[in-house]
Design a protein around this ligand. Structure first.
Ligand code: NI
Ligand code: MN
Length: 227
């Protein structure tokens, strides 16, 4: 299976002719090298309602008929936009075309704003996605929390962690997260998109190497890795 880092927290997963987008913030993403129209997934998975994660979801889902998986309140709002929404909540596992995802807690906030109005409230989540023979933990936006130990007990091949600091955990706490999760691979995200979240990803990769048993895979925007 192939994992592509679109940029920020947006990822594209492909396996066995199926594809999934996670947090597809593409239009207006300063780092993205692709366009929303390049993607026709069967499934879109969202971690939370912030605009830098919902991104192009409504356009892509309406064009392709993709099923959109999210937490409850965001899902209700997506449904009202005419999207095929499939919503659950923490602890629940949702099946999709080619895989499953289990929603975990995440320590963050979650609102979708349209101009000066909050239109979709709710709670943020992480997503444990099983797809293409591998398990991925998309932490979403979160700080470090001790229950990552429990998430690690699920058996995580690839932990996708924010390292930007300011809005989420920074590099040092992300390394502590890796020690709790014990994944085989770590893919850093949610950095360098805006000045407030600028980070040295090579320094993070070096810390992962020195302090954990995982292998860090820093991907450039548009770059893929085959698992
Ligand atoms: Ni956020
Ligand atoms: Mn974010």
């Amino acid at each position: 299976m192939r994992l592509t880092y679109i940029a920020h927290s947006a990822f594209h997963l492909e396996a066995d002719g199926k594809s999934v987008l996670v947090d597809p913030f593409i239009t207006g993403n300063p780092l993205a090298t692709v366009q929303a129209g390049d993607f026709s997934p069967q499934t879109i998975i969202l971690t939370h309602a912030h605009n830098d994660h919902v991104g192009d979801t409504v356009e892509i889902a309406k064009r392709t008929g993709a099923s959109v998986i999210s937490t409850f309140e965001l899902g209700e709002w997506l449904e009202k936009q005419g999207v095929n929404a499939n919503y659950g909540n923490h602890g629940g596992t949702i099946d999709f075309d080619g895989g499953t995802t289990k929603m975990t807690p995440a320590w963050h906030t979650s609102t979708y704003t349209d101009g000066d109005k909050i239109v979709a409230p709710g709670v943020p989540a992480g997503q444990i996605v099983r797809f293409g023979g591998h398990s991925f933990y998309f932490a979403g936006d979160t700080c470090l929390f001790g229950d990552m130990k429990l998430i690690g007990e699920e058996g995580i091949d690839v932990a996708v962690l924010p390292i930007g600091d300011h809005f989420t955990m920074g590099p040092a706490d992300a390394v502590r997260a890796v020690r709790l999760l014990e994944p085989r691979f770590v893919v850093p995200c949610h950095y360098n998109t805006f000045p407030a979240i600028k980070q040295d990803v090579n320094q993070f990769a070096q810390m992962v190497k020195e302090k954990t048993g995982a292998r860090c895979l820093p991907l450039n925007p548009g770059e893929s890795h085959e698992f």
